[in-house]
Design a binder for this molecule. Sequence first.
Ligand SMILES: [Zn+2]
Length: 199
Amino acid sequence: MNNFNENNLFNPDRTGSIEVICGSMFSGKTEELIRRLRRAVFARQKVEIFKPAMEIRYSKEEIVSHDQNTIPGTPVENSGNILLLSSDIDVVGIDEAQFFDDGLPYVCNQLAEQGIRVIVAGLDMDYKGNPFGPIPALCAIAEDVTKVHAICVKCGKLANYSHRLVKNEKLVLLGEKEEYQPLCRECYNRVTALLKDIV
Ligand SMILES: [Zn+2]
């Protein structure tokens, strides 16, 4: 973890802020989001968690990470709904933020202006290695960005690519272990070059 001191944000006189937790699949983004939100709950802060309504991998009502840590969450259709549902809240968590519309950075700014601590977790790149949805813009406007890493399944180095194992051109494919593997840059380039040769 970096030098960022999240305890500063528990100051009751705090102003709002935006934190981004991003990385590849299996990098522990949601676990880190849940850890920060739990600490806010322990500090008796009012916490609300949102996720895109399309994220129905396991449960409609809970934010679920790959290690089955759960915390109640509210599915919303678009980023604007988060603004409507966040009155009288201290900390807003947003999971799978890459699937939200481009209005999300504006919404997070508005929340922070209202004195809310906003913690956003999402994939930084899609399976092709391109910046994903509103995450790059969120990184730009955030006070703090934490990049988390998975471990490359080929060589054991830090991985930041989510390689898709099934052939499907759809950008949004909610995945599990069978469908993606975390790879480092070197292994990702080797594997995708091999795939190009086959096609
Ligand atoms: Zn590797």
